[in-house]
Design a protein around this ligand. Sequence first.
Ligand code: RIB
Ligand code: CA
Length: 309
Amino acid sequence: MKKIILDCDPGHDDMVAIILACASDGLDILGITTVAGNQTGDKTLLNALKTLTLIGEKNIPVAGGFDRPLTGKLVTAPHIHGLSGLDGADLPDPEIKPLKIHAVDFIELTLMKADEKVTVIATGPLTNIAVLLLKSAQIKEKIERIIIMGGAVYESNITPSAEFNIYVDPEAAGIVLNSGIPVTMVTLDVSNKAIFTLEDIDNIKSLNGKVSRVVSGLLRFFAEANIKSFGFEGAPLHDPITVAYAVDPDIIETELYHVDIETKGEYTRGKTVVDVYGVTKKNTNAEISVSLDLARYKDLITGAVKKFD
Ligand code: RIB
Ligand code: CA
């Protein structure tokens, strides 16, 4: 089994990533940590606890992390995820409590005592992961790979230049990408095409179980927000691609590039500058997603929801 830590900012697609991770027999989830992003830190933590309660998963440690980026003010995404961060359905009140320690301390303690390297999956702004790398010199040796949902070669969403997770904390993203740890970036270029259409969402609704009813309601909200904001055909399930890749790396194709993060540009702060032609001659530092097996991906997600219904 692959040991993982999932750091996230639930968020609708983060919620599906949590469900997919919990449904994946090949993953040993050492913990779930949360960070401010789609909504404030208190809300993303609450949403993670609610999601685990919904699927009856009460044995995974949960720890809350940073409620703001390394520099500047927090930017959230209520236009996409609503005021709660998970608008669109009623989730159960949490039946589990978060740990009293900070997410960064939890991840450090967990990785240091793990008997093998751990894969870190990050589907929100990278604040927690960056501070972990700054705090502990030894921690790099304990990390197999960091799989992030973030960035883009050509696409954008929060500004014309940047993808949301990177934009919220570009300094943190730079620390992660310059860490020397193997990184896979699931980018918007691929995830904006990972669309669950309204028909797909109705198919989940038709399962008519306790989880599928809630998930379909949440995904419809998420779809309508994305249709309104970007003219998409439905809900782009960005985050679960990272988990699907951890389970089965062949579900996406990747290419190795050098990536820099713009932190200063008036119009370009948060842009992932991907050197697709190698013109900088810099060493490559990330596997960048270039395609996804969408049919297999949809089956994985639907199967995960069914498993907890
Ligand atoms: O840009 C999409 C990413 O930002 C996703 O992870 C979404 O959940 C938000 O965090
Ligand atoms: Ca996210």
